[in-house]
Design a binder for this molecule. Sequence first.
Ligand code: FMN
Length: 307
Amino acid sequence: MELSVQLAPKHKSGLLLANPVMTAAGTFGYGTEYSHMFDIQRLGAIVCKGTTLEPKEGNPQPRLAETASGLLNSIGLQNIGVKALIKEKAPLWTSWRVPVIVNIAGETVDDYAQLANELDGVAGISGIEVNISCPNVKAGGAEFGTNPESAARVTTAVKSATSLPILVKLTPNTSDIVKIATAVAEAGADAISLINTLKGMVIDINERRPLLGSKTGGLSGPAIKPIALAMVYEVAGAIELPTIGCGGITTASDAIEFIMAGASAIQVGTASFTNPHAPLDILEGIERFMEKEGIKDIAEIIGVARR
Ligand SMILES: Cc1cc2nc3c(=O)[nH]c(=O)nc-3n(C[C@H](O)[C@H](O)[C@H](O)COP(=O)(O)O)c2cc1C
């Protein structure tokens, strides 16, 4: 059974995954946190926590709220910063079979370029995912992802600052995600991942004010799956690049829906909080489905629902 997928066909060294199951940024730490729970080397790729130039404390508490079939978070990119990532985390990844992709976020175009430049050539890092879609930071983040010109500017800057393959991660908090995807593709991205969280709010009626410390947060989990799926379907139909589907994927059948919509790979996010084995369970479920349906190569079903 052939499960491997190429996420950067236009890149000189490519980004070949042994299978299409990835973890989503910010929900799987640096991979190390989960390595004692299951064999994470079996996954297609690990996307690590969002990383900024300087370490970040994140937003005021509370930063998490459960909602109907979803999770609202306003972590605000709490992380150790790129220098500590390179010094403390990357060396651990060098012996891993599973490729590690570093998710980056900046407040300016220059921040993104500097991050990409620092990560260039670091052993243990196989690619960069550019987060132009975080709804939980005051400056930068999603601002870049809601405008085709600025999304393209960030993409071009990152592309020229690194020789690593780059994935650009889009926000659903925009009126025309296809326009953004097209601009990013034309600017030289190797692949596009979507979606990040949707902006949301919970109000504490006893306190009579928003529950989260930063008032609004990003909604993730099963509640957003149909939205993410429709966006993946649209974007995959509009661009030639591989797309990576993300948003509410909890079971293998969820993952297969995204693949049939056109995603070459998928990312598992919030599901890992309730079931830390979710990414592996999903991979094994995809394998069982392929066996049952007589599918020899995953490529046979990528985008099949579009034909
Ligand atoms: C607690 C939490 C932290 C996240 N941190 C990041 C991040 O640092 N960078 C990023 O691009 N996306 C981040 N995300 C978004 C996820 O990677 C994913 O795009 C989103 O949650 C939708 O997928 P899901 O419904 O499977 O969780 C975060 C999500 C959650 C729930």
